[in-house]
Design a protein around this ligand. Structure first.
Ligand code: IPM
Ligand code: MG
Length: 352
């Protein structure tokens, strides 16, 4: 019998539906070629779910995701929901999915494609290939927060267990790459960071081949611009990973190129989404870059379905269309051919 996988599809808001539609077409093409089938179940999350059900994330959506092999998500949020009560903002859907699905490990590869070297805003930089491993279900995002009489607070808390499992992921990915791990923290100020360092040092013995570098977040932000080509794997907390991944994205030329995978324990569904947001300013215009979502689909094939061949095919196809000069508006720098979301998607499908 033909292998069939269940994929939960959350198109979300803004450009989400456009870029997810592109990725689904690409996924269907690949699965047909390789002889497995994909069953997509669409569900709502984010602003569209607030409109429909009054909440950003329903139990129904959560259950569909929990019972799937993987989740593909476009983007959530937009100005329409900026003023809603903080407890029902669209972003709550993302945070809820991450927490409820136990997706503690967020992989954000930042790759500067040779063909896009022109799009890199840093003079003289022609290569970069970094994997950011961001802790995703702890830290200040999920710590105690609230208001006092005349103030407000958010709490950064990490247990040894939470740090250890993500640090190990960092080491493992480094082992599969260039065997260099950069740990980003603020150990000169934060107690949680000091615990991160202790845990890293105690784990390092299990990965003797990996060389470890510690950087404070402020310095790391600077080094990332100064010597982006020199990093291999970066492992860091939820908040610092959020910030650094946007910075790394900009160095690749456009955050429209960055895919991500959010993973939990083995055997549990992972969630895949472009790093960019819902880009309400260009939503519905058909000009969004679908590549980050298409590349996220490639990660989905590899990390959740074990269909490595499918993943490689997509990555190669994307590389080829970039080499052929196709550019959506975000990566168009005057040279090559300016294309729409649909044209870019079709080109990827053709090159498959
Ligand atoms: C990201 C986003 C989210 C985050 C927001 C939308 C809550 O910026 O995925 O990087 O901060 O994690
Ligand atoms: Mg972010």
């Amino acid at each position: 019998m033909m292998k069939e996988y269940n994929i939960a599809l959350i198109k979300g808001d803004g450009i989400g539906p456009e870029v997810v539609d592109g990725a689904v077409k690409v996924m269907n093409t690949v699965s047909e070629k390789l002889g497995f089938s994909l069953k997509f179940t669409e569900c709502l999350a984010g602003g569209c779910s607030i409109d429909e059900y009054g909440v950003p994330l329903t139990d129904e959506t959560l259950n569909i995701c929990k019972n799937s092999d993987a989740v593909l998500l476009g983007a959530v949020g937009g100005p329409k929901w900026d003023d809603v009560d903080a407890s029902i903002r669209p972003e709550k859907a993302l945070l809820g999915l991450r927490k409820e699905l136990g997706l503690y490990s967020n992989l954000r590869p930042a790759l500067l494609y040779e063909a896009l070297a022109d799009a890199c805003p840093i003079k003289g930089v022609t290569s970069m290939d970094i994997l950011i491993v961001r802790e995703l279900t702890g830290g200040i995002y999920f710590g105690k927060k609230g208001r006092t009489d005349d103030g407000a607070y958010d709490t950064e808390e990490y247990s040894d267990f939470e740090i250890r499992r993500i640090v190990r992921e960092g080491f493992r990915y480094a082992m599969g790459r260039d065997k260099r791990l950069t740990v980003v923290d603020k150990a000169n100020v934060l107690e949680t960071s000091r615990l991160w360092r202790e845990v890293v040092k105690s784990e390092a013995g299990n990965f003797p081949e990996v060389s470890v570098e510690f950087l404070y977040i402020d310095n790391a932000s600077m080094q990332l611009i100064g010597r982006p080509q020199s990093f291999d794997v970066i492992v860091t907390s939820n908040m610092f990973g959020d910030i650094l991944s946007d910075e790394a994205g900009e160095i690749t030329g456009s955050v429209g190129m960055l895919p991500s995978a959010s993973l939990g324990d083995p055997g549990k569904p992972g969630m895949y989404e472009p790093v960019h947001g819902s880009a309400p300013d260009i939503a519905g215009k058909g000009i969004a870059n679908p590549l980050a979502t298409i590349l996220s689909a490639a990660m989905l094939f590899k990390w959740s379905l074990g269909e490595d061949k499918a993943s490689d095919m997509i990555n190669e196809a994307v590389n080829k269309v970039l080499e052929n000069g196709l550019r959506t508006a975000d990566i168009f720098k005057g040279e090559g051919k300016l294309v729409t979301t649909e044209e870019m998607t079709s080109a990827v499908i053709e090159s498959l």
